[in-house]
Design a protein around this ligand. Structure first.
Ligand code: AQP
Length: 334
């Protein structure tokens, strides 16, 4: 059976990119696979954060995941800092990973920018922790947005080097398959079609948050950057029009169709017609999630109990795996 692992940082309210690129697929994958989903609060402190807000942000992310359809009865749902196996394995994998491999990570370059000398060491070694998150469960499939493809390739390189260095003929860690699909695999900023939609973008107008109400959604879509041309009838006509392509891609992902399908419906129409239709679709899909998130957050004790149970389930899987990894490395296990 496939064992799925994926995570999301509690760095703010999840947005449409998180939903279409990752969370929605997590929900679908619950049918027919063993799924382990994690709110990765250890990753969230790799950049400056507010310690007073992190615990609540972790709860909010868990609530949003459950509201979007992650079923804690079927999947393991927990927060990363409650399972120490992640950190234990991360250290080992940092010692397996090579500096040259980490130097190639584009996410580090994007997030560090010109401030490279002053960002945290954690931001640099983030991909080794991500590899540990997955490999602590010996998960073999990881649903993510397209931006995480490079980190998964690195996780595979690290796993294979561990197997080569410590496991002889009998590989301990599996090959990890990235599960990346759909027109929502890379949702771009509403203000700049060349930048991905992100929780940490300073402009609220750049993203649709999963808790936005109908008015906020309509306003953000109305203000979304576009061009004066009508929509083309064929996907090729979107070339060189990143903002238009992004909005069409969002519509396609929400309507479970593809770009060609959307353009068959809206080709030749201007944004004055297309944007209200997109707003209505967004409201129809996101409003029930926002309402359910608020309902879950009204009972933090119940939410905490779910996370506590998820952590116990996660520990039961990860601790023996990481114990064995430590034995393979040669630690004295008493
Ligand atoms: N714009 C996006 N389009 C498609 N998928 C996306 N994901 C993130 N942004 C997009 C996917 O969401 C999952 C969880 O991401 P994360 O929160 O752990 O980290 P991130 O990729 O760094 O997302 P953000 O929103 O940009 O967070 P911040 O601003 O805090 O760094 C991942 O599977 C990711 O691919």
């Amino acid at each position: 059976m496939r064992r799925i692992f994926s995570g999301i940082q509690p760095t703010g309210i999840p947005h449409l990119g998180n939903y279409l690129g990752a969370v929605r697929n997590w929900v679908t994958l619950q049918e027919g696979a063993e799924c382990i989903y994690c709110v990765v609060d250890l990753h969230a402190i790799t950049q400056p954060h507010d310690p007073k807000a992190l615990a609540q942000a972790t709860r909010e992310m868990a609530a949003a995941l459950i509201a979007a359809g992650i079923d804690p009865e079927r999947s393991v749902l927990f927060h990363q800092s409650s399972v120490h196996a992640h950190v234990r394995l991360s250290w080992i994998l940092e010692c397996v990973a090579r500096i040259g491999w980490l130097n190639r990570m584009t996410q580090f370059k994007d997030k560090a920018g010109k401030n490279r000398e002053n960002v945290s060491c954690g931001l640099y070694t983030y991909p080794a922790l991500m590899a540990a998150d997955i490999l602590a469960y010996r998960a073999n499939a990881v649903p993510v947005g397209d931006d995480q493809r490079q980190h998964l390739e690195l996780a595979n390189d690290i796993a294979q080097k561990f197997n080569f260095d410590f496991c002889g003929e009998d590989p301990f860690f599996p090959v990890i398959e990235p599960v990346i699909f759909g027109p929502g695999a890379r949702v771009m900023s509403l203000r700049d079609g060349s930048k991905k939609m992100s929780k940490s973008d300073t402009s609220e107008q750049s993203r649709i948050s999963m808790t936005d109400d109908a008015d906020a959604i309509a306003l953000k879509i109305r203000r979304a950057k576009t061009d004066p041309e009508p929509l083309p009838s064929e996907p090729a006509g979107l070339e060189g029009r990143p903002e238009a392509a992004n909005l069409v891609g969002i519509y396609a992902a929400l309507a479970d169709t593809d770009t060609a399908g959307v353009l068959r419906q809206f080709g030749g129409q201007g944004f004055g017609v297309f944007k209200p239709a997109l707003s209505d679709l967004l409201v129809a899909k996101l409003s029930p999630i926002a309402t359910e998130t608020r309902r879950l957050l009204a009972d933090p004790a119940a939410l905490d109990a779910l996370l506590r149970r998820g952590a116990e389930q996660a520990r039961a899987i990860a601790e023996p795996i990481v114990d064995e990894a430590e034995r393979l490395v040669g630690f004295l296990k008493l």
